[in-house]
Write a protein that binds this ligand. Structure first.
Ligand SMILES: Nc1ncnc2c1ncn2[C@@H]1O[C@H](COP(=O)(O)OP(=O)(O)O)[C@@H](O)[C@H]1O
Ligand SMILES: [Mg+2]
Length: 505
């Protein structure tokens, strides 16, 4: 039998494996399209320190077909990148070492591709960086993985605004996706109280998350790759794109945390001449460099590539949705895994509008976020859930997961989040991350314990005072009757009760 060989384009591959990117059924597809487009809008604002205003509208074209429009006030896409940004899989602006929601140059395009193949219609993009306004209708050539432009108009930008509007049709089941979409919006409001999100739903519901805070998280800064995060393929790519005569030690300066002294010391350690030009490196030497980069003791990666939410922002968001009686918060110091820096932020809310679990069930109210993305599916597999269920003995903090009104919040901000799937649903169980979540939640639990024990003490004292007041009033009545004197005035009695000596007896 003769075998037939062919090459699969990335667009074909992802369309054939839709479930990897979160398009396994029509309900999930609605949620994924919605989420990917909003996340692109939020990235286009956050990375440029723009307070996001995002308008989303979903309309039913037919019973099975929806039309989504997402408009934002983000940076806009520069003219020369528009076609590829929306028409070529694995093309994007987020491949640098910096915290972003998007990572693969895939999410928005999967939504476009899914829309195109399920309804046969192209996507409409209107975008401006503040100069001209570009209105483009395009689709993706699946075989060649390249954009096909159907229509292109350029107009003057009379308002000098910047931003992007995307409109596309796709097959989906809104009714079954609705509850998750609303959950996603509520969670986004918690993490981003500084954003304004307006959602016009096909059922006539108009969801508005107004701005609750004017504090914007510090934007992430692009940093060079850390040696621990570079494998041999990436190393070869970096060598290829450098000048051929560049001496080795100067090449090492392209990494984060390598200065001149470290570059020389490192060269010596791996037995290579620091002045050797890159073009003279043998394959064996490149392999030696790759291994050395992983084992040498470099400083941990720089955290300036991260943009954590900040405790004030988290507090504002949780207060807006749950108005808890108490919130304990913690931001852990920067840490790293495999050369990727990350910061964990945790919170535990107690009481207020947080309901206790239904009838002693194992329902854990856990809000998970990674790079400001709410994570909704597959909670039971997520590393944060493992920490809550396996790593912490809540009884030590006087807490009971089955009966207390508790809300857990975990945000992982990382230059690369170890998601288990391309659909970004849950975070893998990496020991470094698990440890930080554990330490963060423990610190919150300690703070909550101290609040609850102070509160219990206060209640105890108030009850004692109350009892004392009843007894003393009666006692005063009888003694004054016996002694045939006047009744002690109530104010005098109260002063006596409030005296610390009596209270602490
Ligand atoms: N709303 C938007 N505003 C500005 N740029 C956008 C917007 N949507 C998409 N882009 C650009 O298009 C690129 C590709 O988007 P996408 O396919 O979702 O991949 P990713 O977000 O993973 O990079 C992004 O990297 C970004 O540069
Ligand atoms: Mg994206």
């Amino acid at each position: 039998m003769s075998l037939k060989f062919k090459q699969l384009s990335p667009a074909e591959f992802f369309y054939n494996n839709k479930s990897m990117a979160g398009f396994d059924n029509q309900s999930r597809a609605v949620y994924t399209v919605f989420r990917e487009l909003i996340e692109n809008s939020l990235d286009a604002c956050d990375t440029h320190s723009i307070r996001p205003i995002v308008f989303v509208s979903l309309k039913l074209n037919t019973r099975e077909e929806l039309e989504i429009t997402v408009a934002d006030n983000g940076s806009g896409v520069p003219a020369r990148y528009i076609a590829d940004a929306f028409g070529r899989i694995f093309f994007g602006s987020k491949y640098s070492v910096m915290q972003n929601r998007g990572t693969f140059g895939l999410g928005g395009k999967m939504a476009i591709l899914y829309g195109q193949l399920s309804t046969g219609t192209p996507v409409e993009v209107i975008t401006t960086t503040g100069k001209d306004v570009y209105k483009v209708k395009l689709s993706i050539d699946v075989k060649l993985n390249q954009p096909i432009i159907h229509e292109k108009k350029i107009e003057k930008n009379s308002h000098l605004l910047h931003g992007t509007t995307i409109k596309l049709s796709f097959k989906g089941d809104y009714i079954t996706a609705r509850s998750r979409i609303l959950k996603y919006l509520h969670m986004t409001r918690i993490a981003l109280p500084y954003a304004t999100i307006i959602f016009d739903d096909p059922e006539g519901l108009f969801f508005v998350a107004p701005t609750l805070s004017h504090i914007l998280p510090k934007p992430p800064r692009e940093t060079p790759p850390h040696p621990y995060g570079v494998d041999i393929i990436k190393l070869k790519e970096m060598i290829e794109s450098s000048k051929k005569d560049l001496p080795l030690y100067k090449f090492f300066l392209k990494f984060s945390r390598i200065g001149k002294v470290t570059a020389f010391n490192f060269s010596k350690l791996i037995g290579l001449d620091p002045f050797k030009p890159l073009r003279k490196l043998t394959d064996e030497e490149i392999k030696r460099i790759a291994e050395g980069l992983k084992s040498y003791k470099f400083l941990p990666p720089d955290a300036s590539a991260l943009s954590p939410l900040g405790l004030e922002t988290i507090k504002t968001g949780i207060n807006a949705e749950f108005a808890p009686e108490y919130i304990a918060l913690c931001q852990r110091p920067p840490s790293a895994y495999e050369g990727f820096s990350f910061i964990v932020e945790t919170a535990i809310g107690y009481g207020g509008n947080i309901p206790p679990p239904a009838n002693g069930s194992d329902d854990i109210r856990l809000l998970r976020f990674a790079n400001k993305i709410p994570l909704i599916y597959d909670a039971s597999n997520d590393v944060s859930m493992r920490v809550i269920l396996e790593d912490i003995d809540w009884k030590n903090y006087g807490l009971d997961l089955k009966s207390d009104p508790l809300l857990f919040f975990v945000h992982i901000a990382a230059t690369k989040v170890p998601f288990k799937t391309a659909g970004k649903e849950y975070v893998a169980d990496r020991e470094e991350i698990r440890r930080e979540i554990r330490l963060g939640l423990r610190e919150c639990a300690r703070e909550l314990k101290s609040y609850l024990s102070k509160k219990a003490q206060q209640i105890h004292h108030a009850q004692r005072k109350e009892k004392m007041s009843v007894y003393l009033t009666l006692l005063a009545k009888y003694t004054s009757a016996l002694a045939e004197t006047e009744l002690i005035p109530k104010t005098k009695l109260n002063a006596l009760i409030n005296k610390k000596g009596i209270e602490d007896e």
